[in-house]
Write a protein that binds this ligand. Sequence first.
Ligand code: SF4
Length: 296
Amino acid sequence: MFCNQCEQTPSGECKDIGVCGKAETIASLQDTIIFALKGIAAYRSHASQMGYTDSFVDATTHEALYMTLTNSNFTVEEHIEMAVKVGQSAVRIIEVLDEAHTSLLGIQQPIRVTRNDHETVLGLAPKVIDAVKEGKIKRFFVISGCDAPGNGEGYYRELAASLPPETIILTTSSGKFRYNDVEYGVVPGTNIPRYIELGQCNNSGSTVKIAKALAEAFECEINEMPISIVLSWFEQKAVAILLGLFSLGIQDIRIGPKPPEFISGGVLAVLQEAFNLKLIGTPQEGTDPMLELVKK
Ligand code: SF4
């Protein structure tokens, strides 16, 4: 535990437990919420530059800052509830930003080696649904997130490159530069591209919209769809997106290249219990269980 948030801080920091009584789990949840709020603030600033605001996002930011920075509440359950609400706020601000971009700049049209918008990709939906029903597409992999030095010792590239042809990769954010030079081709027997790039981290909502649309088409929940989500994180916006995915009830997400230091062992255990959050391992350890899912 580390906290140097207030005047009561002993020389350097509060370590094992706060002078105020704050325990490690609360400190970790507060850090998680505050890092996510920083990421949301980046998106919110960008949206306001284009004339867009959102009262839910602003109210949640005020509420979460009051709870964390003033140390007004040391209840674990209420911090988890707040983390989920901050996740809802992340989903909302990404939607607002998407609305701002598409209304001011128009919907991106696909061109070679450039990104797609979810509206464009959803145009492929009937073909994709048919291909899933015919067994030509067996699984979708959302491989997304920040680039980071080392980045899992090649984990993300090895994962993307090793996926069999009956899979589709959806990607956003800068992590893609580790594997976007691979020639993925099309799903055999179709003209559906296997590699679909949706933009930067603020376009993460597009992958969720595509997953939701596919789930609706198959009349099931997202968690029942053949989708694996593997994220790389580097900074606050990725924390906001991860909380956003939790707020949507999405489970079985893998993150790497390592767990955030501000997430304590206790909080990680809670996230593993509630959302089946997993850590990536070595490329081989981490890839094999997902490849096994393709065979099912
Ligand atoms: S808020 Fe509590 S844990 Fe943090 S520095 Fe102050 S006394 Fe220590």
